[in-house]
Design a binder for this molecule. Structure first.
Ligand SMILES: Cc1cc2nc3c(=O)[nH]c(=O)nc-3n(C[C@H](O)[C@H](O)[C@H](O)COP(=O)(O)OP(=O)(O)OC[C@H]3O[C@@H](n4cnc5c(N)ncnc54)[C@H](O)[C@@H]3O)c2cc1C
Length: 516
């Protein structure tokens, strides 16, 4: 056995979750070792949708622009029924005013992993490929794992913490004996990447509202190339692995009820959809993130994005604890914040999925007749548009009511402690451009009448920076306050503390009670 590798954090799995966590650790200066049993990043397209919140995270490591330039902005969604267009909505700017990225980006998982992996390499780190986790033990001082490479050589990693980013079958979850309860949909789903020739233009996500389910055609790079996703009926008796491609093609044609030719099939797969989450995202010094902690239906393309957000939530907490800037107790907030998010996510993705794949007559009626007629009109209503985007893009995820979210004084703000900082422009530039330092940020929203330098001098340190922001009309409208106020922003740009009273003591109290 080789001599032990010592590190601060061991990351098991280099999918999108593990790689993005590694990127965050680089930002925070945390030492880590990341292993994966594969020999490289994924070769498959898998996840296609990259949401605004993920791009905001990418922005902090300087890869958002590259992602946008390599992907395609989802332009339109077209509802097809009975072979004809029944409705069309423009999605290209659906999140206008809510994010620097007011759309969903279509960029394959393989390309996301490439961007993240290139960042890791550029910072002088690498993944230990072809290296598999075998055992795991932990005590109050750290976690010890044995790992094995393809030559059969074993070694040990001794880390202070471990994060299992090892996918839905998660050996880490099994070794920790954590339950992964939920259910499995009876129906078999198919996915195929193929060329489709038909009368519709390639500029839209085409959704066929069929009698028994939805068949969706996601435009992909390349002439007339689409990702086709749909389901077999419940009475279809084959097992996932036994389905022939011809059966999938027959099913697509039957359900879509369209004149179309499918050719040049690059990849197809069938699978059963599980909807499960782990009972606790943490056990001692070990954490789970991404698919190892939650799996759900593909509705809304949330999986990869959620794993990236898990890592983003955990990274700063571990960094602050390891660097002695925060007490271990803040690590508990990872489970409470992300478990609640996973529970909500499973509920909503199940609801959408039941609507898309449900077979009851009432669901059929809504899906084929009512939904196509109302969808376009509904999205023209400002409040509906905003709510739709907040949910889809993950910018609406909040940690209100959790331990790290506190109000001081006035609670009548439109925005609450626990919310992601709303997006606004400062001199034409996104506020998030000013928040790239991996620290807490104190934002004082000022009407210019007072000088806050004394407070700034008292608070500014290597864990916290300080910014004065004019009370622009846009700020007043978003926050619902015409008077000066103060925000303490967490390093992941969530509001830790919101107060109408601007005082250094209030911030110090927050740190004393919650962080230190
Ligand atoms: C067809 C399809 C379409 C999808 N579409 C979308 C979409 O549009 N949007 C979206 O957000 N999500 C989508 N998803 C889901 C998305 O692919 C997953 O949520 C995502 O891959 C989860 O990332 P992860 O890093 O948590 O896990 P994984 O990607 O599964 O990575 C886990 C890694 O751990 C490694 N590993 C496992 N065991 C060990 C071990 N013992 N030792 C070392 N390494 C180990 C594996 O080799 C793997 O590389 C889709 C999935 C599929 C299959």
């Amino acid at each position: 056995m080789n001599s032990p590798i010592k590190t601060e954090v061991a990351i098991i799995g280099a999918g999108p979750t593990g790689l993005s966590l590694a990127c965050q650790f680089i930002r925070y200066g945390v030492d880590f070792v990341i292993i994966d049993k594969k020999d490289d990043i994924t070769k498959f397209s898998k996840a296609l949708g990259v949401h605004a919140r993920t791009l905001e995270v990418y922005e902090q490591i300087g890869i958002a622009e590259k992602a946008v330039s390599q992907g395609t902005i989802a332009g339109k969604a077209r509802i097809l029924e009975g072979g004809e267009i029944r409705g069309e909505v423009d999605l290209s700017n659906v999140g206008k005013g809510l994010s620097q990225y007011p759309y969903m980006l279509v960029l394959e998982q393989s390309k996301n992993e490439r961007l993240l992996y290139d960042y890791v390499l550029a910072q002088g780190k690498d993944v230990l490929w072809q290296t598999e986790l075998e055992t795991l033990t932990q005590n109050e001082n750290g976690v010890t794992t044995t790992i094995k490479n393809t030559n059969g050589e074993t070694s040990t990693i001794k880390a202070k913490y471990l994060v299992g980013c090892d996918g839905a079958k998660s050996p880490v979850r099994h070794l920790l004996n954590l339950k992964f309860e939920g259910s499995t949909f009876e129906r078999i789903f198919y996915v195929a990447d193929a060329r489709v020739d038909w009368k519709f233009s390639h500029d839209a996500l085409q959704v066929c509202m069929a009698k028994h389910s939805v068949v969706a055609f996601f435009p992909m790079p390349g002439e007339n190339r689409y990702r086709i996703v749909g389901a077999f009926p419940e009475e279809f008796s084959k097992d996932e692995g036994d389905v022939l491609y011809e059966e999938i093609e027959r099913r697509i044609k039957e359900e879509a009820d369209l004149n179309l030719d499918i050719s040049q099939v690059n990849w197809f797969s069938t699978y059963k959809v599980h909807t499960r989450h782990v009972e606790n995202f943490r056990k001692g010094r070990c954490f789970l993130a991404g698919d190892s902690a939650h799996v759900h239906t593909p509705a809304g393309g949330q999986g990869m994005n959620t794993g990236i957000q898990d890592g983003y939530n955990l990274a700063w907490k571990l960094a602050f604890v390891l660097q002695g800037k925060a007490d271990e107790k803040i690590l508990d907030s990872y489970n409470s914040e992300r478990l609640e998010n996973a529970e909500n996510l499973l509920k909503t993705t199940d609801q959408i999925f039941n609507f898309a794949a449900g077979d009851a007559w009432f669901t059929n009626l809504i899906r084929t007749y009512i939904f196509p007629k109302i969808m376009g009109t509904a999205l023209k209503i400002e409040a509906v548009r905003k709510e739709f985007f907040r949910r889809l893009s993950q910018i609406g995820i909040n940690y209100r009511g959790h331990t790290l979210s506190r109000h001081g004084g006035d609670k009548n703000f439109e925005v609450k402690a626990g919310d992601r900082l709303p997006y606004f422009l400062m001199d034409g530039v996104s506020i998030f451009d000013r928040l790239r330092e991996p620290k807490f940020h104190i934002l004082v929203f000022s009407d210019g009448e007072n000088d806050f330098h004394e407070i700034e001098n008292e608070l500014k340190n290597d864990a916290m920076d300080f910014q004065i922001i004019p009370l622009y009309p846009q700020v007043t409208e978003i926050f619902g306050s015409e008077k000066p106020f103060m925000i303490l922003l967490r390093p992941d740009n969530y509001i830790a503390f919101l107060s109408s009273e601007i005082s250094a003591e209030k911030v110090k109290n927050y740190f004393r009670e919650i962080v230190e």
